[in-house]
Design a protein around this ligand. Structure first.
Ligand code: MG
Length: 219
């Protein structure tokens, strides 16, 4: 049996402790624990400046859309088309809700919404048919803007933004379809006063429903 004197025992104990500490730090170094350089990667989870700017611009585009449809509503009212006026008033409310959804999203990503001036809109149209033709053209432009947002979010690999923008991609399909349906209906009654009277009565029944992203507990 080997016997160790007091000094040797003390030395062995310290050596063992040193080896254990070395092993511990070796394991620690292999763990994927965020260090200073990893923390800088957290910026990747923030909105990129390019996407932030594009989302801010979209808030303005949605508010401009709201203003456009309010103008159409008022013009329809002045033409005695109360149903068409109601349809565009509901559209005005929907566009404000779209702007609100984008504003909420920018805020929820810890970024700031910056409001810009809203450009003026036309104030008169020749007919309800003209209003809906302009609506379809306008919504196609909005679809292009939404697609561009999706493109930027994809480039950024920003999956939260992709999710939010996907809701708008579906919404745009519906917006274009609604405008096309209205054009078809108005073309079907063109020159028929009774047909226009009945169609206008039908449009008076449209009501505003809060879009799902703004409904509490809907998502
Ligand atoms: Mg919209």
């Amino acid at each position: 049996m080997v016997t160790l004197d007091k000094e040797t025992k003390y030395f062995s104990k310290n050596t063992l402790l040193a080896v254990e500490l070395r092993s511990f730090f070796a394991i620690f170094a292999t763990c994927d624990i965020p260090n200073k350089s990893n923390y800088s990667k957290q910026h990747e989870f923030m909105l990129s400046q390019k996407l932030h700017d594009a989302l801010n611009a979209q808030v303005n585009a949605e508010l401009w859309s709201a203003y456009l449809y309010l103008s159409m509503s008022l013009d329809a009212e002045s033409k005695g088309l109360k149903g068409v006026a109601n349809w565009f008033y509901v559209q005005f409310c929907e566009e404000q809700a779209h702007a609100r959804i984008f504003m909420n999203y920018i805020n929820s990503r810890d970024a700031k919404v910056e409001l810009k001036p809203i450009d003026e809109v036309p104030t008169t149209w020749d007919s309800a048919l003209d209003m809906f033709k302009e609506t379809l053209n306008h919504e196609r432009k909005v679809t292009a803007l939404i697609n561009n947002l999706a493109f930027i979010a994809n480039e950024d690999r920003d999956f939260a933004s992709i999710n939010r923008i996907n809701w708008f991609i579906d919404e745009q399909v519906e917006e274009e379809e609604n405008a096309r349906d209205m054009i078809q209906a108005l073309e079907a009654v063109e020159g028929n006063k009774y047909g226009m009277y009945m169609l206008d009565k039908e449009l008076a029944t449209r009501t505003y429903t809060e879009p799902s992203p703004l409904q509490t507990g809907a998502e």
